[in-house]
Ligand binder design. Structure first.
Ligand code: F6R
Length: 264
């Protein structure tokens, strides 16, 4: 895994946004895998700015979101449909028919999960997947002990994740129990992964994921087996890494052609 440590979330998010922008320019009909939560917000703000001010064109891009709460209709303010509309889609020119988010209201959840997997396949697979990480190492809503080969399916959230997400719902009891999430195997099939993690409360999960053993007890650790995975971290999230100085050294000495933020 490539580890990039930046002084602030904004600096790391700028790199992530440039990597995505370069992909969208090089392959205008690319397929992006997107995440919700607090972590990608600065990156989405920068992508919106690039659309507004630099004319970055998302009109042919296809998107698939990682997950959605079961039982929340798209218009519910805490649904991930509403989140994505509010923080990204209403600011860019993505075509509504190419935006995909699991349907948390589906009467037949297994059929919805199979449909979602088929839609990803039909789109040609995901070129670049954006990920956050839970304080326990979850990616998507693949909680600890999730099969590392899992596909899109229903999951039951842990108490920890419901507490972490209670800030959006007022109280942990209001956080839905069930979600539909792309599986760890679905994430591993993507061609490139950008894992973003900010803040001291992510430091342990990040250190285990990057430098620990590969284990379902930290689902993000499977990314060690992904051929093209970058972790973009701020200093607090990187604070428990044993090889932090080495990762900073590697980044500082990148050859020019390998730099992420190339002007265009
Ligand atoms: C969101 C998702 C989750 C979050 C993770 C971190 O679509 O799949 O894995 O990325 O829970 O959440 P934040 O960014 O709010 O700390």
């Amino acid at each position: 895994m490539e580890i990039v440590i930046q002084p602030t979330p904004e600096a790391a998010s700028l790199i992530a946004a440039h990597i995505i922008a370069n992909l969208v320019r090089d392959k205008p009909d690319c397929v992006l895998g997107l995440a919700t939560g607090s972590t990608p917000l600065p990156m989405y703000r920068e992508l919106a700015r690039m659309h507004r001010e630099d004319g970055l064109d998302f009109s042919r891009v296809t998107t698939f979101n990682l997950d959605e709460y079961v039982g929340l209709p798209p218009e519910h303010p805490q649904s991930y449909h509403a989140f994505m509309h509010e923080h990204l889609f209403r600011h860019i020119d993505a075509a509504p028919e190419r935006i995909h988010i699991p349907n948390g209201m589906a009467a037949d959840v297994p059929a919805e999960c199979a449909r979602y997997e088929a839609a990803i396949r039909a789109a040609g697979g995901i070129d670049l997947q954006v990920l956050g990480i839970g304080t326990d190492g979850h990616i998507g809503f693949n909680e600890r002990s999730s099969s590392l080969a899992s596909r899109t399916r229903i999951k039951t959230l842990t108490e920890q994740t419901r507490r972490d997400n209670a800030r959006f719902f007022g109280r942990p009891e209001n956080v839905p129990l069930h979600v539909i999430t792309m599986g760890v195997g679905s994430i591993m099939d993507t061609r490139q992964v950008l894992l973003l993690a900010f803040g001291e409360n992510k430091a342990r999960a990040v250190a285990e994921a990057v430098e620990g053993p590969i284990t379902a007890m930290n689902p993000a650790s499977i990314l060690q087996m992904h051929a093209v995975a970058k972790a973009l971290l701020d200093e607090p999230a990187a604070s428990k890494l044993a090889l932090g100085d080495y990762y900073r050294w590697v980044f500082a000495n990148k050859p020019q052609w390998q730099r992420f933020v190339r002007g265009r």
